[in-house]
Ligand binder design. Structure first.
Ligand code: ADP
Ligand code: MG
Length: 250
């Protein structure tokens, strides 16, 4: 579903991704961990076309999405192609990023109607089913300010799912939540995983990575330091840097 080979990304002189190699298979829950500043969010943003890579190869869903290699012809998607591709990728952020002036159901139906041209009635029917699925059928008319952080994040997940994505990206979806609200969001994500959604999850929730993850990558300083089965990496890390990081978060 996602294949990165030597992916590089710089901001000016700052090289943030220094050659990332990894592969995410269909239906996999792929967990990405690592210290702050290691390039996790930047990598997700490259997958989602929010950033253009400066080197290496990156393909999403079998298509080359950003490709740039020294000496080769530069291949970049046109803006219109990017817009089309982005529809297939759902993203959930640390901060819920709901539209504050729209109710929960309006947040969910906005993109299907405006971007995909779905009828309002169809979008609403599916939106209500999605709210039900994230346990918020009774909150359809609530505004984000009337919802808890955990509820807002569940609406944000439903909103992403409304576009019927092939791939879901989660960037520390529970990091901004009070501890007692983390579980309800992780439960929704676990349900999605069980239904076979392909997910890349940046998280500090090692319990989730261990129980739900199919693969885990530890990133530090813009490179993949270690990867493997989450159970193996978490219980028996091979690299000192992984051990040092885990000793702080576990
Ligand atoms: P992580 O998500 O692992 O904490 P990020 O990908 O957010 O790391 O950031 C990695 C590095 O890239 C940081 O040093 C950050 O300051 C830098 N960075 C991220 N986005 C930009 C940007 N748009 N412009 C300049 N520097 C950036
Ligand atoms: Mg980040």
């Amino acid at each position: 579903m996602v294949k990165a080979e030597g992916v590089r990304k710089s901001f000016g002189l700052l090289e943030v991704l220094k050659g990332i190699d990894l592969e995410v298979r269909p239906q996999e829950v792929f967990c990405l961990i690592g210290p702050s500043g290691s390039g996790k969010s930047t990598f997700l943003r490259c997958i989602n076309h929010l950033e253009k890579i400066n080197g290496g190869l990156l393909s999403v869903d079998g298509e080359l999405v950003g490709y740039r290699r020294k000496g080769d012809k530069i291949y970049e998607l046109k803006d219109r192609e990017v817009a089309l591709k982005r529809r297939d990728i759902g993203m959930v952020f640390q901060r819920f990023n709901l539209f504050p002036h729209m109710t929960a159901i309006e947040n969910i139906t906005e993109a299907p109607v405006q971007v995909k041209g779905e009828s309002k009635a169809d979008a609403r029917e599916r939106g209500m089913a999605l709210l039900e699925r994230v346990g918020l059928a009774d909150k359809s008319k609530s505004y984000p300010s009337q919802l808890s952080g955990g509820q807002q994040q569940r609406v944000a997940i439903a909103r992403a799912l409304a576009m019927k994505p092939k791939l879901m990206l989660f960037d520390e979806p529970t990091s901004a939540l009070d501890p007692e609200l983390v579980g309800e969001v992780l439960d929704v994500m676990r349900g999605l995983a069980e239904e076979g959604m392909t997910m890349i999850v940046v998280t500090h929730e090692m319990g989730f990575a261990r129980e739900v993850g199919d693969a885990l990558v530890f990133m530090d300083g813009g490179v993949v330091v270690e990867s493997g089965n989450p159970r193996d990496v978490l219980t028996n890390p091979q690299h000192e840097r992984t051990r040092a990081f885990l000793s702080k978060v576990l």
